[in-house]
Design a protein around this ligand. Sequence first.
Ligand code: BTN
Length: 341
Amino acid sequence: MNKNVKSTPASLEDPVLRALRESAEPVSGEALAARLGLSRAAVWKRINRLKALGYVIQGSPRRGYRLLAIPDKLFPPEISQGLKTRYLKGPIHHFETVPSTNDLIKELAAKNAPEGTLVVAEGQTRGRGRLGRAWESPPGVGLYVSLLLRPPLPPTEMPQITLTAAVAVVRALRRLTGLAPGIKWPNDLLLNGKKLGGILTEMETESDRIRYLVVGLGLNVNNLDLPPELKDTATSLALAAGRTFSRLNILTAWLEEFEALYQRFLAREFPEILEEWKRYTVTLGRPVRVRQGPVEICGQALEVAPDGALLVQTGTGEIVRVTSGEIAPGPGEGPGAEDLS
Ligand code: BTN
């Protein structure tokens, strides 16, 4: 691991934490020591380490220790704790800061990390967006997570997995926040016409198969201060709703929704997922401009093909298949698309 990576202290897998979590009543230092085969001093030391990580532990000399609150962090035990997935459940790697969770998970993937491996970071110093852009990743407020998949499929199926991941985000946010983000093709998440999040999918292939695929999700959750250059075009859940949200709950909800959809995807049910994607999208039926490198295509966003490509009808009536690029509103459209709420 390079020097730009700040990882989480190992004490998170602490048995003392597990014991406190399991007990609704205060537990005495003596009982903890006896149950865990530790000295009283070792228990005390571990309690202090947990407190330093932000766990709120009440200690009373007569009654013992009680866990009152967990920190606003994406610590692996907290993620695993509430996660109801069957197989997309880690190993979970948590970092305070990394350059990019996608880059880090690729290093793990190259060392044979299994499907379901997760890399989460509180902040990124070189977060990456689509089309070579940077992804603003201030610490502690957003969700920056990469999930490793190893689908036994050809590389041509990658766009469909990305659309599936976006549907999972919308489902999770609708369920948890009551907000109804829209999807701008292929996988930009929008709220009130502004960018809320995005997905960067990357893969490694071998002959005609996906060796591994990384789904990197970036979501502005509790950001209140956006950089001046993003103020007009980006938003966060907190800015839209006027309250903060648990990043932990959003992450687990996304994983649960994604696992359910991914299983359906693997069972060849992508057409149904695409129908749902179409219900959330703000792109279809609108005039669009598509930049594909130096070329710009103007027309009406007609349909999404079964493989996830966008079909744009130009002024001459020609239908152009767009498989990558950046969609901007067409002539006569506002600065961004509307959300569904
Ligand atoms: C986009 O351009 O819309 C995609 C943004 C994806 C950002 C996420 S944050 C977690 C993961 N790590 C990265 O470096 N990028 C993705």
